[in-house]
Design a protein around this ligand. Structure first.
Ligand SMILES: Nc1nc2c(c(=O)[nH]1)N[C@H]1C(S)=C(S)[C@@H](COP(=O)(O)OP(=O)(O)OC[C@H]3O[C@@H](n4cnc5c(=O)[nH]c(N)nc54)[C@H](O)[C@@H]3O)O[C@H]1N2
Ligand SMILES: Nc1nc2c(c(=O)[nH]1)N[C@H]1C(S)=C(S)[C@@H](COP(=O)(O)OP(=O)(O)OC[C@H]3O[C@@H](n4cnc5c(=O)[nH]c(N)nc54)[C@H](O)[C@@H]3O)O[C@H]1N2
Ligand code: SF4
Ligand SMILES: [Mo]
Length: 727
């Protein structure tokens, strides 16, 4: 194999859903190999979404490619010592195949589980779903995207008949009249995207930010509403109430393009502004100001992220924000609409191609007989052979060591990132067999019977689908170090051992060609997309069927598209003519407010919410291994208001304990007036004593299966230490 790095390669960042374009070229002075990164990042200004800008995570991503930073040999747990010891690939794959086979033979096929990730490329997510259904024959597959976009996805399906994070290109955000940004801290979670908000304001557009904290993003806002965590549903209903009361609904739009308004209207009218103020803590004049900014603008958008979505009522909450857009005619029109900011690198594509418990490639439903027939034919199996829908992510984790005895985990680190993590860790330990494919020795890999070291973004080609629904090509820029295999090679090796010598190719383009056929005719139709087209066009927006433009329902041809035998141009903007429902109308859903699953009380008087900081990514498995990022964000903290700190006698920097019904975490206090006095915030990027997810509540949204990461009840305590002790 050729191990010399190639010339500058155009590719995309391995981390978040913005999927910033970047160039990679051999790092100067590292021709002899480590130490130091093997590749360096160069600006790729021609890629339109980030125009060369990157955050620190993207800039430092090549550091993890160095062999010393990662796993380069399979590890197998030795019976005698209980330690993970190096093994050959053959021995490791044999052991995984054996572990999965045994659990299935002894307890039945559904005793074998698969857990995937939204960071996996489309090709990997597709192959993983096919592997579970065809090779293992199990219904028990889900992925970490359940913790991420599932509420927004479910609400969009319910209202629009289709879920694509943003139904328009991100660039439209800069040109609309008003953006209502709910529970997104874009300035830290997608820094290069902040420029679209800056451009919005330069054009005279207005920005409203809804966040219990005055974040760097909220600081940009014309109006910042800081509701108590878990009350967005009431807030959205209060705004809709005012819209109706002030006669600012768009009756023409409602009549022509929606259904279900009377019930949704009645539900909103039951939420009086004064009552909404009591629930949310947002003063009525601020509610009025928000309605004015939103409705006065010629066009406006609501964008949500994890704040309102990661709640046990996340689906209804997003539904309430969608209702606001529909009632004001701010949907299905140019520069207006509802969109959700997808999180992980392939959070969008990862939920379209089959690693989700209820789903088949092309965003088809596993319980739809026609979908089963189509995909079974592509896979060369009988439709009856495909299992039905399985458990959602948290339910699957909870079933480990119970009905599910063996697990293959690819692309997630639930020991740090799952809610009620101590319990999840216990369930993982109770498994008969755990195999983890990862690039590093993550906290979850630490518990595995077999760890498979896999190649990374820059070492393998594959497609991702960004938050815009734009399918992108990540290109291989360098060969993986010896001892490392790709996820596709891992699945192929296991399939072969489990009696499927064919059907799991290692070549990503071959997998993509099959994915195209499997997705053809489905809601997320990729059949007109090829590697060559993506490369030539800076990405292609789905749906993009193989046929000409007219073939797509709910997706108008891009203006100026050539007619005739030309290929479909892709669909940057959805819903302009019709929504993707059977009657083409968007559906209002009547939703009403209800409290968080766990309300504060005398024993747990404070609300805990959780989220992210700029320099760390997710469970931190990758970014905690990058020196510059660790220096910028070295560890967990508890953000609390000076009033709360004073009442508890807590000084800035002093260690504090946060206690919930699930457990106790300790981290230094960060005293800041930027947070509500009734709320504390912890980032979730760290394991150990300061692990935020030791505390979180796994109450699930009944529709989406999303856990309530953003709200639980806690008490905050001083940690007694030697007098004057400071960390
Ligand atoms: N630096 C960095 N960037 C990332 C990631 C990362 O780990 N680190 N992860 C990526 C992924 S997978 C995702 S999903 C995205 C997430 O991106 P965001 O959704 O922007 O990130 P969070 O910090 O989880 O939550 C956003 C905000 O929600 C607020 N919030 C908390 N509770 C509530 C509430 O009840 N209502 C409202 N309205 N707001 C609330 C928090 O204060 C926080 O500022 O980021 C992506 N980008
Ligand atoms: N308290 C709290 N908890 C949360 C959240 C929150 O806001 N608050 N947010 C939730 C959200 S939105 C998300 S998305 C989850 C994410 O949480 P996780 O699912 O834990 O996500 P990562 O830390 O990105 O884990 C990805 C793992 O896969 C590895 N990996 C990366 N690329 C590849 C690859 O190509 N192949 C393989 N095999 N492995 C790879 C990484 O090294 C890492 O160990 O956390 C959720 N947890
Ligand atoms: S914003 Fe997201 S995609 Fe862009 S460089 Fe940072 S982590 Fe990578
Ligand atoms: Mo996410």
């Amino acid at each position: 194999m050729d191990t010399a790095p190639l010339a500058t390669v155009e590719t995309h960042c391995p981390y978040c859903a913005l999927q910033c374009g970047m160039g990679l070229r051999p790092a100067a002075g590292t021709g002899g190999g480590p130490p130091g990164p093997v590749l360096e990042v160069v600006e790729r200004t021609a890629f339109p979404v980030n125009r060369g800008a990157l955050c620190g995570k993207g800039r430092t991503a090549p550091e993890l490619l160095a062999p010393r930073a990662r796993l380069t040999t399979p590890l197998v747990r030795e019976e005698a010592t209980g330690e993970l010891v190096p093994a050959t690939w053959e021995a490791a794959l044999d052991r995984v195949a054996d572990g999965l086979r045994r659990a299935g033979a002894r307890y039945g096929r559904d005793a074998v589980g698969v857990f995937g990730g939204g960071g996996l490329t489309n090709e990997k997510a597709y192959a993983l779903g096919k592997f579970a259904r065809v090779v293992l024959g199990t219904s028990q597959i889900d992925y970490n995207g359940r913790f991420c976009m599932s509420s927004a996805a479910a609400a969009q399906h319910r209202a629009f008949g289709l879920d694509r994070g943003l139904p328009f290109p991100l660039a439209d955000v800069a040109r609309t009249g008003c953006v209502l940004l709910v529970g997104s801290n874009l300035a830290e979670t997608m820094p290069p995207a902040l420029r679209y908000l800056t451009e919005l304001k330069e054009h005279g557009g207005r920005l409203i930010v809804v966040d219990p904290r005055r974040t760097r993003t909220a600081e940009q806002a014309d109006l910042h509403l800081a509701p108590r965590p878990g009350t967005d549903l009431a807030l959205a209903l209060g705004l809709l109430h005012l819209v109706v009361a002030q006669g600012r609904t768009d009756e023409e739009f409602i009549a022509a393009r929606t259904s279900g308004w009377p019930a949704a209207r009645a539900a909103a009218m039951a939420h009086w502004p004064e009552q909404v103020e009591r629930i949310t803590g947002v003063p009525v004049p601020d509610l009025r100001a928000a309605v004015r900014l939103f409705c006065d603008a010629p066009s406006s958008m609501v964008l949500t992220a994890r704040g309102p979505e990661q709640q046990a009522k996340g689906t209804d909450t997003v539904g309430a924000w969608i209702n606001l857009c529909l009632a004001t005619g701010r949907a299905g029109r140019p520069l207006s609409g509802y969109g959700a900011l997808t999180g992980q690198g392939n959070g969008q594509g990862g939920r379209e191609h089959g690693q989700k418990a209820d789903q088949l490639p092309g965003y088809r439903r596993l319980d739809d007989p026609a979908a089963r027939r189509h995909v079974a034919a592509v896979w060369g199996v009988e439709p009856e052979a495909l299992p039905g829908p399985g458990r959602s992510a948290y339910e699957l984790l909870e079933a480990l060591g119970g009905p599910v005895r063996a697990l293959l985990l690819m692309g997630s680190n639930p020991v740090v990132s799952a809610p009620r993590a101590a319990h999840v860790e216990e369930r993982i330990r109770a498994l008969d067999f755990l195999a983890v494919a990862d690039v590093v020795r993550s906290e979850t890999a630490e518990l595995a019977d077999v760890v498979l070291p896999v190649a990374q973004w820059a070492e393998e080609t594959g497609t991702t689908t960004s938050l815009e629904g734009r399918v992108l090509l990540r290109r291989r820029a360098v060969a993986p170090p010896p001892g490392v295999r790709t996820d596709l090679e891992v699945l192929g090796g296991l399939a072969e051992r489990l009696g499927h010598a064919k059907g799991f190719p290692a070549d990503p383009e071959e997998v993509f060609e099959e994915l195209r056929r499997a997705s053809a005719g489905g809601p997320a139709d990729y059949s007109g997309i090829s590697y060559a087209r993506i490369a030539a066009e800076d990405g292609v927006f789905w749906p993009c069927p193989a046929g000409p433009p007219e073939a797509v329902s709910g997706a108008p041809a891009a203006s100026g598209a050539p007619s005739g035998p030309e290929p479909h141009p892709g669909t940057p903007r959805l819903f302009l003519d019709r929504f993707a429902t059977p009657d083409g109308r968007a559906r209002f859903v009547p939703v009403t407010h209800r409290p968080a699953d766990e309300e504060t009380d005398a024993g747990y008087p404070v609300v805990l919410t959780t989220g992210r900081v700029l320099a760390q990514y997710q469970s931190g498995a990758q970014t905690r291994r990058v020196a510059a990022l660790n220096a910028a964000a070295p560890g967990p903290f508890v953000e609390l208001h000076p009033r709360l700190a004073a009442r508890l006698g807590i000084a800035d920097g002093e260690p504090v304990a946060v206690v919930s019904r699930r457990g106790r975490a300790v981290a230094p206090a960060r005293v800041s007036p930027a947070i509500r006095p009734d709320t504390v915030f912890m980032p979730f990027h760290w394991p150990g004593e300061g692990r935020a997810n030791t505390l979180t509540n796994p109450a699930l949204d009944p529709v989406s299966g999303m856990p309530e990461f953003k709200v639980c009840a806690v008490r905050v305590e001083r940690v007694a230490g030697p007098p004057g002790a400071r960390p």
